[in-house]
Design a binder for this molecule. Structure first.
Ligand code: MG
Length: 162
């Protein structure tokens, strides 16, 4: 058996007039994340972690923000495309650990829903998914409530050491 680890990180700016999507879950809040897609910062970090484990680049190469086809696209579609196209036959995603950095809204009440959403998207039991939430301790762009960030780590068992 050969295992590969991958890491993903992403940041998006908060602004009024946008829905807030995190891990494929719409979170009630006065602001949402700004981006070419739905700007789901957590799904972008997860997608990048999977691509990283497979040695297949990053989300920007797969889905350029200059492509009108990706405008306001649901990031679940991007993640599913990577699972379908990048994950080889016999490759198995083992687990995901992730962190969302948000001063507000408080994510405690939504962590279980986000965990379930990620499990459904990755077709894994929820026990293989972990979701953590951290504030920015009132400092920096996260702490001032100007942006949200996410980090993700995945382990993939690859069928061949390609
Ligand atoms: Mg992004």
């Amino acid at each position: 058996m050969v295992f590969r680890v991958g890491i993903g990180h992403d940041t998006h700016r908060l602004a009024p007039g946008r829905q807030l999507w995190l891990g494929g879950v719409c979170i009630p809040y006065s602001m949402g994340l700004v981006g070419h897609s739905d700007a789901d910062v957590l799904l972008h970090a997860v997608t990048d972690a999977i691509l990283g484990a497979l040695g297949k680049g990053d989300i920007g190469e797969w889905f350029p923000d200059t492509d009108p086809a990706n405008k306001d696209i649901d990031s679940r579609v991007l993640l599913r495309a990577v699972l379908d196209q990048a994950l080889g036959d016999g490759d198995r995603l083992m687990n995901l650990d992730c962190i969302v950095f948000a001063e507000a809204p408080k994510l405690g009440p939504y962590k279980a829903a986000i965990r379930q959403s990620l499990a459904d998207l990755l077709r894994l039991p929820v026990t293989r998914i972990n979701v953590k939430a951290k504030t920015g301790e009132k400092v920096g762009p996260i702490g001032r409530g100007e942006a949200l960030s996410a980090e993700a780590v995945v382990l993939v068992e690859v069928a061949e050491d390609h």
